[in-house]
Design a protein around this ligand. Structure first.
Ligand SMILES: [Zn+2]
Length: 423
């Protein structure tokens, strides 16, 4: 009788090098070499992007194996972590978890908690105990938090895939060798089934990292098939160690939760319905800020310089416009600031200039004499009807997003959502 064993791991890399996806890919191959069947795709699970302990992308790995006992896998996982994790680096605290059977409702809830909020090692230990999850820890072992969340991740509602090609060890730290034109061509032929390959505004290639890690490139897309196709379109000029397709919560907005302003707290990512309260302004450094209000309070919203043209939409907002904002909340000395990832502009106020009317008798400009009345001295004429000029708004209602170069892994690109059409 075949059973399912879930294995999760996290926090194996340091800021300098290593890579969670590489260790995941090695683990998958080692398990296969031992003669076991992997069930489905391995998972690349992004966790709260605002986590202060994160290394780079705050990613954990999980995979499922046909097995009826965790024992043989403890040794496999341990030997791989001891061989490949950056154990000597301060702040690298690997953790691995093994669970026989399917994750409980409680474990699934724990995933939502870790992707949206912060957890503690004690909390992870308690949930592991209650769910009979085996824990393996190195150094401080903080990785058990992400590892546990990764096996609890519920990707049935929404998911994407990423094909990650890893480099041969002798190439690590060297310039990645590929033809950028083939990336643009691949994007032209497969977008939006693949996404975030390039940033059209900056001209940047987005599939290759800039760190010395073992990743050669990663292509994101909506199905495993399109990723295989897209990969074949690339001209790569160095030997590839192997490539692996991961199932992932990237591009799903899993980190965002609908909140009211009075309920926001540091390091969560919120969706807030509100009204623009102040005219947006540019500050030194090219950042744009405005105040948003709902009936529970006010919060500062920010479009930082790297969001480029997105700022040119934000700067056009006017007090009274109704919007829904999406983004990470940070506590600043002046209060909470929401770092915009997306904005839904739902209604725009009419912008008007109110001027004194011309006198109906002599056609000269009348003068304002009190709140409601205008007067012409020459003709002794009164009027209560000012001249009202409507100024057109430069922006339209609709949903706007930051460019790929400023996008977080978890943020869902508008191209993936049919209901995010402008208008
Ligand atoms: Zn007059």
């Amino acid at each position: 009788m075949d059973k399912k064993l879930w294995i999760g791991l996290d926090d194996t890399d340091s800021r300098k090098g290593g890579c969670t996806t590489y260790i995941g890919a090695i683990l998958l191959r080692r398990i296969r070499d031992e003669g076991y069947n992997i069930i489905g795709y391995p998972r690349l699970v992004r966790l709260n992007p605002n986590c202060p302990y994160k290394t780079r992308g705050n990613a954990a790995i999980a995979l499922a194996v046909e097995a009826d006992s965790p024992e043989p896998f403890e040794d496999i996982v341990s030997s791989i972590i001891e061989e490949y994790a950056e154990l000597q680096a301060v702040g690298t605290d690997p953790g691995a978890v093994l669970l026989l059977g399917e994750p409980s409702y409680e474990l699934k809830e724990y995933y939502w908690h870790v992707v949206r909020d912060l957890s503690t090692k004690e909390e992870a230990e308690k949930i592991a105990r209650q769910n009979k999850v085996r824990l393996l820890e190195w150094n401080m072992g903080r990785g058990i938090i992400g590892a546990l969340a990764a096996i609890g991740a519920d990707l049935t509602r929404d998911k994407t895939y990423e094909l990650i090609a890893h480099r041969k060890k002798e190439y690590w730290g060297t310039v990645r060798s590929f033809d950028p034109r083939s990336v643009w061509e691949m994007d032209r032929r497969t977008y939006p089934l693949t996404f975030d390959n390039v940033d059209r505004e900056t001209g940047e290639i987005r599939i290759t990292p800039h760190t010395p890690c073992p990743v050669l490139l990663g292509i994101r897309g909506v199905t495993p098939n399109i990723l295989e196709e897209a990969y074949k379109m690339l001209t790569i000029n160095e030997p590839v160690e192997f490539y692996t397709i991961f199932e992932t919560n990237q591009g799903t907005d899993a980190h965002l939760q609908l909140m009211r302003i009075k309920d926001v707290k540091n390091n969560v990512s919120a969706i807030i319905d509100g009204v623009v309260k102040s005219k947006p302004r540019f500050t030194v450094g090219g950042h744009v800020f405005f105040t948003l209000g709902d009936d529970t309070g006010e919060i500062t919203c920010a479009a930082y310089e790297p969001t480029k043209k997105f700022r040119h939409i934000i700067i056009e907002l006017e007090p009274g416009d109704k919007v829904t904002v999406y983004g990470a909340v940070k506590k600043k000395p002046q209060g909470f600031t929401l770092n915009l990832e997306k904005i839904h502009i739902k209604s725009l106020v009419d912008l008007k200039i109110v001027k004194p009317p011309t006198c109906p008798i002599c056609s000269k400009k009348m003068e304002k004499i009190d709140k409601t009345r205008y007067f012409c001295r020459d003709c002794n004429a009164f009027s209560r009807s000012p001249e009202v000029i409507n100024i057109g708004r430069k922006i339209l209602c609709g949903i706007y997003e930051v460019p790929p170069s400023a996008r977080r892994h978890l943020s869902k690109p508008l191209a993936l959502t049919s209901d995010y059409q402008h208008g």
